[in-house]
Design a protein around this ligand. Structure first.
Ligand SMILES: [Zn+2]
Ligand SMILES: [Zn+2]
Length: 289
């Protein structure tokens, strides 16, 4: 098994716990073959600090310092583990400010020589949608309703894919985390916006993150939902697994269940990433035993 989205650690992320070394040790103990580290990109404006970060006195400078330290430590551990666990160094993008994030994300990738990116959208109208239910409600109000928020979210994902061109698209239907249970998140308008995002993923050879944090956070399903898995399958877009771990104890969480979930929805193989002789390579891995 493997995970290409996760490895957030308390060393470099305020809302995670444990050290990066402990996280990697957990991946080795779980006998994962490839473990992708994708710490959050530092946000560049104080208005995007999370409430929990503000409460602990974080500022933008500290986010950047911790990210630099993450870059160094992930490189050290990648080299240290060579031969026993394949570690990929990446980071998870932030699409804020919506008007100007592209250059900063590409610059981080270039400057730190990361192996790959997970492209994620965590903000709609520059308001965080997965941090707290309260902020999610503010984002819904700013969009004049849940359906327009979902449409806007998928359009932001599409734009992010077309501009950043990440190897992996993170948790494709993240807004469902705090959406009212039972709400219709698959209306015609939402579906059209989601289809456009999936087409963009296909056009840019992006892999979708089958992200087990949905289960971990109490949802009845992972990200993305079955209807989106079906759309991706129809479009010929591939999947990989992400545990989205924010603690060593979460490393590998739900991966066996995720494998069965994909099989149940018509996905018979995943596309993994790995480091070959000439850099990053894609590897088809069958899911059937
Ligand atoms: Zn996080
Ligand atoms: Zn995320």
């Amino acid at each position: 098994m493997l995970s290409l989205h996760g490895g957030h650690s308390g060393e470099f992320c305020e809302h995670a716990s444990g050290t990066l070394r402990e996280t990697i040790e957990a991946a080795a103990t779980a006998e994962l073959r490839v473990y992708g580290l994708t710490e959050h990109a530092p946000r560049s404006d104080a208005r995007f600090l999370y409430d929990s970060e503000r409460a602990k006195g974080y500022d933008v400078e500290r986010l950047h310092e911790e990210f630099e330290a993450y870059s160094r430590e992930s490189l050290r551990l990648q080299r240290h583990m060579r031969g026993s666990l394949e570690i990929l160094r990446g980071f998870e993008t932030e699409a804020v400010p919506a008007s100007s994030y592209l250059e900063s994300m590409l610059a981080l990738r270039r400057e730190h020589k990361f192996d790959y990116l997970v492209g994620s959208v965590h903000h709609v109208r520059d308001i965080p949608i997965d941090e707290t239910p309260q902020h999610f409600r503010e984002a819904v109000a700013a969009c004049n309703g849940l359906e327009p928020l979902m449409e806007r979210y998928f359009r932001l994902v599409e734009e992010m894919i077309r501009s950043v061109r990440p190897e992996i698209v993170g948790h494709l239907d993240l807004p469902k985390l705090h959406a009212p249970r039972g709400a219709d998140l698959c209306t015609l308008k939402i579906r059209r916006a989601a289809e456009a995002a999936i087409e963009a993923a296909k056009a840019n050879s992006c892999i979708l993150d089958l992200n087990t944090a949905g289960w971990r956070k109490g949802l009845p399903e992972p990200f993305p939902s079955p209807w989106l898995v079906r759309l991706a399958v129809e479009a010929g877009v591939h999947f990989c697994f992400g545990d989205d771990s924010h603690a060593p104890s979460q490393v590998g969480y739900g991966l066996a269940r995720a494998r069965q979930y994909l099989l149940d929805h018509g996905v018979n193989s995943i596309t993994a990433l790995g480091l070959g002789q000439s850099g990053l390579e894609r590897r088809q891995v069958p899911l059937e035993a």
